[in-house]
Structure formats: structure tokens, C-alpha cells
Write a protein that binds this ligand. Sequence first.
Ligand code: RM4
Ligand code: MN
Ligand code: MN
Length: 434
Amino acid sequence: MLGFSIDEAVIAGHNRAQSKALDAGYARLCDQLAERDVDVAAVESRLASLNIAVPSWGLGTGGTRFGRFPGRGEPRDVYEKLDDCRTIWDLGRLSKSVSLHLPWDEVSDYRKLRLYGERLGLAFDAVNSNTFQDQPDQAHSYKFGSLTSTDAAVRRQAIEHNLQCIEAGVALGSRAITVWIGDGANFPGQQNLSRAFERYLDSMKDIYKGLPADWLLYIEHKFFEPAFYATVISDWGSSYLAATALGERAKCLVDLGHHAPNVNIEQIVARLAWSGKLGGFHFNDSKYGDDDLDAGSINPFQLFLIFNELVDAGARLGEAFQPAYMLDQSHNITDPIESLLISGEQVARAYAKALLIDRTALTQAQDANDVIAARRLLMAAYETDVSPLLAKARIDKGGAADPIAVYRDSGYRARKADERPVSAAGPAVRQSVL
Ligand code: RM4
Ligand code: MN
Ligand code: MN
């Protein structure tokens, strides 16, 4: 494994070639920010500690229910996925951890996998369970639900799977499990809506009991799909109720694509942060539904407004407020590494801009009901081009000034295509088609 990787010297060479222009851009931005009394060093230190986990299932080409168009040189197993994560880290310096999905990433020895990750300088983020698909070797089908099934044996199987995910996660050094279920109903009358929720709570209590003391359990809601009439955990309200019923270590996870169009996601974020139940995010973007497009590609302003709430909550709640950041994307027509690099940068960009907001002035404007002044303060931050700050943060950590340019020049994917021939029998591992 590992094989070809992009040499540090190549990255440094690229950076050197651009250093004059970068320095000039950075100096200009610093002057501009100094005039606005922004503490640039404080912004930089916040940016330096940002981590956005990569979803293992986003490293291969995804697909839709109409088809999948695999690219050459895709990772064939979880080890090769880690190799690609390492490349994303080498270039972008924003994602030092990877979130695994089981059983898609199942291996016989998780300690060995952990050591491999450590050798690459990577850590393991939340593990994701999967009870929305049947696996070839399983006893009971999830056709009519998993944790909320009317059949106790099905529920037990789904609970056991989640407990096994926790066990694998412990061996990997993860500290959280994310539970998303597709359970629900396609037709009115199919399901007793209250009893389905009760069954969910009963099952989740068994999973929660198996949670190590230093772990968190993230509940991920989604308003529809695959259930088209009523999903059991459809919204942040259901998620909040469940997280509250379970206990302190159960939190809500907000996937940006899991809301009806026009829902005010930043307000949901504010509510969850206020209540102490905001666990983390799956960042992505969408136009219509759970499109899983690259973060910030459709609605970067929304991403900024979410980070505005996060920075605001962080200022109020202090160090204890540490929501987990993960990407959750499906790359159907792009090179996954490029999409993940750009998405990480978009998240960092939204964060950096939110850090530029003059919060004292904003509070004054809000208290004085000066609507236009408040808006202008937000826009001043949003319209600032923070690219020089982002590039500096990357370069300071050893990354590339222009990650995509270096990636393309390196010929990484072509090299991987040689190293990772796909056998005639197809990929050796179960592949996500989501
Ligand atoms: C779901 C949800 C989950 C992810 C699966 C693959 O829509 O977003 O987070 O695990 O897709
Ligand atoms: Mn998700
Ligand atoms: Mn999703």
C-alpha cells in the first residue's frame, strides 16, 4: 500500500514559485483587516486548529440509482482509501481524520488498520453504522426498517450491528458513532408514527448503553429518502427528542442536505447549540434534496451563515463547544480527491469569513434594531476574499498554496490507476452506490 505519494519537495517547489504573489496578497489583506480592527493572529490560530473529517465513502466515485461511472485508480479497499486521505492531508492540511462506514470498510483487524492510519498521520473520526441496506450474510432483512422494525429479531440484529461498530471504533481510536437510519413509511397508514418512534428509542437505548464513557452518539436526521412518506427521524425536532431521551452523550448531527428546500438550517444550528445538543455536521451542498454535492458549491452564503452561528455560540459557550465537522458527499462526475479538497477549503472559507464579523458592532446594531447596519456587518465579512489567509494557513502547515494544481501536475490519479488495477471480478470490497 501507499505506493506513489506526492513529494514534500514538489509541494514546496510549487509554493516557492507563487510566494511573491502570495505574500503581496496576504499583506494587502492584513492591511485591510487591520483597518477594521480584526485580530488576524487570533483568526489564524482558529483556522490552524480546524479539522474536517473525510468520509471514507466519498473517496470512490458515488452514483445515483440510475448508475455509477467509476473512475480509474479508485481505492479498492479501506487501506487505499487511507492512502488517498493522506494525499488530501498532504495538500490541503484541513482533514487529518477519516470517518469510516461499516460494513463498507469492514476489515478483520481494526488494530492493524489503526496502526496503518497512524503511520500515515491520520486519525479515525466517528464510525457510521449501516442498517439501511441488507448485507449478503445477514439473517434478517431491513426491508421494513431496522432499529424501528416491528420485528424484535430485526431490531436486535440492527442493535448488534451498531454495538459491533462501537467495538470496531474503540479499536480504531474513534470517539463517536453516527447513527442514520432509513426507516420510515412510504404510505399513509403503513406505520403507527408514535409507536415507530418508541421502538426507535428502545433500540437506541440499548446502543447508548454500549457507548464507552468518553464516546458520543450522533443522531442524524433526514426528512425523506428512502422513506417517501414519513421518516422516523425526519427532522431536528425528532432528533432532539431522541437525544434528550437518551442522555447527555447523545447529540444531534446536522447533514446540510437533509432538510426540505428553504429550511433555515442556520437557525436549527443556533437552537441545537443553545440547547447543548449540537453534535456535529455532515457538510455538503444541495439544490433539491440529499444531493451530496460539494460543500459550498450551491449555497456558500448558507455555509457562512451556519458558521456565523457557530462562531457566535463558541464565543458564548467557550471551549466546551466542539461540534464535529465531517464532509458527507457523493462524487459522481468529479475526481473525489479534488472535490474533497475544494469542499474542505469551502468550509474553512466560511469559517474564516465568520471569524471576521465585528461581533460587538453586530450586537449593538441588533440591539438598536438597526437592520441595515447589521446586514452590512455580515456582508462586509462575507464579501472579504479570505483566500490569502487560507493559503497561508495551508502553507504554514506544510500544505500546497494551490492543492488542485499540485494534485493535477503530480499525475497522482494516473499513477494510482497503474497501482490499482481493477480485477475482472470487480472491486474486492463492497462499494457504496449512494
Ligand atoms: C445518508 C446519510 C448518512 C450516510 C449515508 C451514506 O443519506 O447522509 O450520513 O451515511 O447517506
Ligand atoms: Mn450524512
Ligand atoms: Mn445523506
